[in-house]
Design a protein. Sequence first.
Length: 416
Amino acid sequence: MSRAFQTGYEISILPTGGDISPPDGLFSTSGTGVASRDTAIKRTGASSCKLDSAAGDSGVWMGSPFNFVVANNRIFYLQAYMYFDDLPSVTVQVMQLYSGATPAVSVRLTAAGKIQLYDNGAVAQIGSDSVATLVPDTWYRIALKAANNASSLISSAEVQLDGVSVANGNIATPTAGPNVRIGWIEAPGANKVMHIDDLVGNDSTDGLNDSWPGEDKVILMMPKSDEQIGSWKAGAGGSTNLWDAVSNVPPLGIAAETDLSQIENFDVSGDNSTDEYRGNCGSYLAAGIGASDIITSISTFANHAEKSAAGSVTGSFGAQSNPSEGYSIFNYGGNVGAAGTWPANWRWKLSNALDLPSVVLQLPLIVAIRKTDATTTVGFCDSLGAYVAYEEFDITYGPPQLERKASQRALIRRRM
């Protein structure tokens, strides 16, 4: 896996402790700062993440859906599009890699609109300010590269702004830093607002998506029709239009299920494909991906729960076709107890990303979910779909300018 995580902030913005690993991550705040899903200002899709420091001048930031995996000599690449409704009143961190209470490296934004690379351990700037000056109400692509040494500690870093290097250098005292924060990591001044969209993280573990991300757009694809009902029913027993209960944004799962809140399965035949529910997410072209665009990564997700705390319900889910993947396995609701009103006792399962998948753009993405045990205990699902990242064809410069290895560029050419 080289694409460690990706999100378009299309589903839900929840506080730390409010859920377990949702596809859009979790937010934290140092005071009264507010995080929300905003449909008014967004780069792609239907929404972005809005972070407001509020009148109390509070830090408020997002954690990623996944953090990076620590390993010797591994390189991390973290990228997000940021839109500043207001510049901060003071210099603040807006992107950070850390471990526990110890930050390793960060990207800072000054009150004058300059980007800086910062060694947190040394409490010192690395290199110079960005030449470019950021202005409000504009989307900027900000990317941070951090390289681990042979002891799995970050020893060097670089920051780019819109694909142009701003600064790079060594970390004075190498420090662990696989965890992600992004947003107003420090108090930026009262009532300061920023937006985040199209967050992606790569690492150097594979031959695909193992360097700086390109101009990725991350869109949400969810079922628009039923491809196969299998042994599933709508929450109140309905046998048609099950897709409508797993495509709500945010999810609507409840304890006293309805046909629109979730789908359910109490089949006792065990693990088999004929009993799985399959949702048709429509074609990639219909989702807005152009015929010459390149899909860089697909990551599927499901939100699930158990009807009763008695027993254990097991399941699996994933992309069933266009592309297909090995299904991820899980226990419904994480065995934490009977479903409440979402997100109470509902749990997310996120698959590992499929890097540069081979798909037919004019055909639909099909996602599926199963109940794999042979008990009568009921499993619920109230959200099923995928985040799809892609790079657009540019009429001026041609196909997406992906920074790839020669083998990866050859693969892309074969698909064009």
